[in-house]
Design a protein around this ligand. Structure first.
Ligand SMILES: [Zn+2]
Ligand SMILES: [Zn+2]
Length: 138
């Protein structure tokens, strides 16, 4: 929360009760939710909030770097309140995205053939597969 407030202040983004509620719901959701999932969560406390407000707020958060947009191929954008370097496990059956930390993934050495033509800003390892629940059902 402290980090959220500081980043908002740095970007002169007003800290409104709605914005705080959206950010808190995102942390509590703990599942890299879509804007649509977030809208349903926030609506419980703010019954009159519009989808567009939630969506725009999330995009603003992403713009100023208070949340991350998760790399999803094809599907709707998903948001991640964890902006510390971490990696993802994508379950291809249920769509769950699980965070994991691993120093070797974080310290992954990028070959010169890539750094010569591409300036690397951040690195994230994404592993696709089946989560424990889905692996049982297979
Ligand atoms: Zn799964
Ligand atoms: Zn994550």
């Amino acid at each position: 929360m402290q980090q959220f407030i500081e980043i908002c202040r740095d970007h002169e983004l007003k800290i409104t009760p709605q914005r705080v509620a959206i950010y808190q719901a995102l942390i509590q959701a703990n599942q890299h939710p879509t804007a649509d999932m977030m809208f349903r969560l926030v609506k419980e406390d703010f019954p009159h909030i519009a989808f567009d407000t939630v969506n725009r707020t999330l995009l603003t958060f992403a713009d100023i770097g208070v949340v991350d947009v998760v790399e999803v191929f094809g599907g709707p954008k998903r948001f991640d309140p964890n902006i510390d370097g971490h990696h993802h496990l994508h379950c291809t059956a249920c769509g769950k995205i699980i965070d994991f930390k691993n120093d070797r993934c974080t310290d992954l050495e990028v070959p010169a053939s890539i750094t010569e033509m591409f300036k690397v800003i951040s690195k994230r390892v994404v592993l696709k597969g089946l989560c424990a629940d889905c692996a049982i059902e297979q």
